[in-house]
Design a protein around this ligand. Structure first.
Ligand code: CTP
Ligand code: MG
Length: 239
């Protein structure tokens, strides 16, 4: 069994862009960003379902986008107040077949931010295979900047040796049972270590993820300048 499904968290409001429209719905060449990301997954034959997690206020918009662009593999699920909760809601869309509305539980689930549209099949396959073999996998990138810890007074506390650290990016892949188990077990509060999925599966399931360096195109649209960059890449490559 090597069924693969995808959860795309897209329930955020994109505060850091400073725009009133959430970044996943910003439009380039008449198509919203999230539709490019969905398309990247939908084109891959071995991906069965794509669960998009959407904030309440944007559900109608998302349903329209699905109709307008003819997305076929997509199911819409209601988001939560944090990315962590949105992912949990997305995972809950899969279940045992008694529930009528539930999608068939996949062997592997790939989690990927809706605002990283330039993901490619060859890298997704590496992530899916590693997830099946190890239980979990994640994309990493070298750090651009050195990370420092600061004191509450705004002075240097300590600095980390950049070469030893990596940025955790998306996509990440998991055996569905492992990530679901981790989310069921973790309480929604009092995280000692943040809500990094790779850490959750280690903490709650003892599953240590295989980390794979991904291409720089996995970068996440976060600020307004990233929307401009995404637009120019879309115009050059995807349109
Ligand atoms: N996300 C989500 N549910 C939330 C918050 C975020 O599904 N409650 C999603 C975002 O829509 C995005 C992904 O998680 O696709 C990555 O999060 P981030 O880049 O932080 O997006 P936003 O939270 O929307 O942006 P910001 O932090 O600037 O407000
Ligand atoms: Mg956020």
């Amino acid at each position: 069994d090597f069924t693969v499904a995808v959860v795309l968290p897209a329930g955020g409001s994109g505060e850091r862009t400073g725009l009133s429209t959430p970044k996943q719905f910003c439009t380039f060449l008449n198509r919203p960003l999230i539709s490019y990301t969905i398309q990247a997954f939908e084109r891959i034959a071995w991906i069965e379902n794509i669960v998009v997690v959407i904030a309440k206020d944007s559900i109608d918009l998302m349903v329209n986008i699905i109709q307008q662009f003819g997305h076929k593999k997509v199911k819409v699920v209601l988001g939560g107040s944090t990315r962590h909760r949105s992912i949990f809601n997305g995972l809950q869309a899969f279940g045992e077949s008694e529930e009528e509305s539930a999608l068939k539980k996949p062997k592997v689930v790939i989690i990927h931010d809706a605002v990283r549209p330039f993901v490619e099949e060859d890298f997704l396959l590496k992530i899916a295979i590693a997830a099946k073999q190890q239980g979990a996998s994640g994309a990493i990138r070298p750090l651009v900047s050195t990370v420092i810890a600061t004191t509450s007074e705004g002075y240097l506390d300590h600095s980390l040796e950049r070469a030893k650290y990596r940025a955790s990016e998306m996509p990440q892949g998991f055996l569905y049972d492992v990530i679901h188990q981790a989310y069921v077990q973790c309480s929604e509060t009092d995280f000692e270590f943040g809500t990094e999925c790779l850490h959750l599966v280690l903490q709650y399931c003892g599953t240590n993820a295989r980390l794979i360096e991904g291409p720089h195109t996995l970068w996440k649209v976060t600020y307004k300048k990233d929307l401009l960059a995404a637009e120019s890449i879309i115009k050059e490559t995807l349109a």
